[in-house]
Design a protein around this ligand. Structure first.
Ligand code: ADP
Length: 402
């Protein structure tokens, strides 16, 4: 199932966005509601809290007296840790139960106020951040939710900064305007990204690559880092390193809007071992590509599938962020060249210009064609140039390290 993380500062409008998504069919899991549920009257959670912090944390009606608990539990680190050791496992267990109960084709939206603070973004397929200026949030909390201004300010300053949250956002939802402004934005996100993302995830389909260079997007680097964090969760110890490679890793270079990433592994068995986990994480196998074109100076006697230039290629199920995930053996010529080629382009402005010329020529060759024909025409121009500069990039790298 597709797991969407929804977060934002207090008063940003998470509940508002969650409601719109629920109306479209999302299964919403509200972290705050679970946190209340696990310490409701009669629960083992509340009993454990009373045992740890004393019966004074209970109100006359037997419910949790939150201010009394806060006074006892927030005073020092040890008490805070004790509180967390009681509530966190219960919240985790209940969340896992709700996730397990959702249908396999569900689009799950987890409304988690402290998603960024708790480092949960890499566990999600996509993170939505509701973004509203702090002063507006404070005004809305005071006006509509009966929070005192001092309380709102104190709680907002204890949370992650807007900058930190924006860095975690795959999708930034601007809720500074009227409630009627955000509704169509969220609906479009549902129809055009979340629904096809879920379909692609379930069917193991990678989003297609656009074959057209566009102006360099300053967000590419951060987008790549968010995907890399997810890939680390999926790969665990099977990955030796994971890098942002290709044209989008070269600042300023116009490129196809396609993030290239490289997972370096010990051997091909490790690469094949990642097939399932990457698919489940939203990075399904892409086509039947099992190797790079051997470069002219280093032929491949064993053939593309298992030899020197073998690789495995996955994509991204997210139609909003096409990606190529190349899995290559650490130290193999293809793995090393991917890193050297990127660094050479970063260092050499003339090389970047030359590459851009080639991309434009490739685009022209593919114009008017579709499907495999377009891909063949495009790479029929780009690949020979990369083969031709292979030696130059390697020589540059050798010169640099000597
Ligand atoms: P959160 O769940 O992020 O804390 P809420 O969704 O509860 O935030 O929104 C905070 C308050 O602001 C609510 O009373 C909500 O109705 C109101 N609100 C949400 N979006 C807007 C908006 N665009 N304009 C004005 N008020 C809004």
């Amino acid at each position: 199932m597709l797991r969407i993380g929804l977060t934002g500062g207090m008063g940003a409008g998470k509940s508002t966005v969650a409601r719109i998504l629920a109306e479209r069919g999302a299964v919403v899991i509200d972290a705050d509601a679970i946190a209340r549920e696990v310490v409701a009257p009669g629960t083992e959670g509340l009993a454990a809290l009373a045992e740890a912090f004393g019966p004074d944390i209970l109100a006359a009606d037997g419910s949790l007296d939150r201010p009394a608990l806060a006074a006892r539990a927030f005073g020092d680190d040890e008490s805070r840790a004790k509180l967390n050791s009681i509530t966190h496992p219960l919240v985790g267990k209940r969340t896992a139960e709700l996730i397990a109960a959702a249908a396999p084709d569900a689009i799950l939206v987890q409304d988690i106020p402290l998603l960024v603070e708790n480092g949960l973004a890499p566990l999600m397929n996509l993170v939505l951040v509701v973004d509203v200026e702090a002063e507006t949030r404070i005004r809305r909390l005071v006006e509509y939710r009966d929070v005192s201004e001092a309380d709102a300010r104190a709680r907002i300053s204890a949370q992650a900064s807007d900058e930190q949250r924006r860095a975690a956002a795959d999708v930034l939802l601007d809720n500074n305007g009227a409630p009627s402004d955000i509704e169509p934005v969220v609906r479009r996100l549902w129809d055009e990204r979340l629904v096809p993302f879920e379909h692609n995830l379930r069917t193991g389909t990678a989003a297609p690559a656009p074959l057209r260079p566009v102006s360099a997007d300053p967000e590419w680097a951060a987008q790549a880092q968010r995907l890399i964090a997810r890939l680390w969760v999926a790969c665990g110890q099977s990955a030796i390193r994971i890098d942002h490679i290709g044209s989008t890793a070269v600042p300023g270079l116009p490129a196809e809007d396609m993030i290239d990433l490289q997972i370096s592994v010990a051997d091909l068995a490790a690469a094949d071992g990642l097939r399932e986990v990457l698919g489940t994480a939203g990075f399904p196998v892409k086509a039947d590509i099992t190797g790079d074109n051997p470069k002219p100076t280093e032929a491949d006697p064993a053939g593309a599938d298992t030899g020197l230039w073998a690789k495995r290629l996955h994509g991204n199920a997210d139609p909003g962020r096409p990606a190529n995930v190349h899995i290559r053996v650490d130290g193999s010529p293809g793995q090393r060249f991917a890193l050297i080629f990127r660094d050479w382009l970063r260092a050499d402005a003339a090389a970047r210009d030359e590459y851009l010329e080639v991309k434009r020529e490739a685009e022209a060759k593919a114009a008017g064609l579709t499907g495999v024909d377009a891909v063949d025409a495009y790479y029929g121009v780009e690949e020979p140039w990369i083969d031709a500069v292979y030696g130059r990039a390697l020589a540059w790298s050798a010169g640099r390290s000597s």
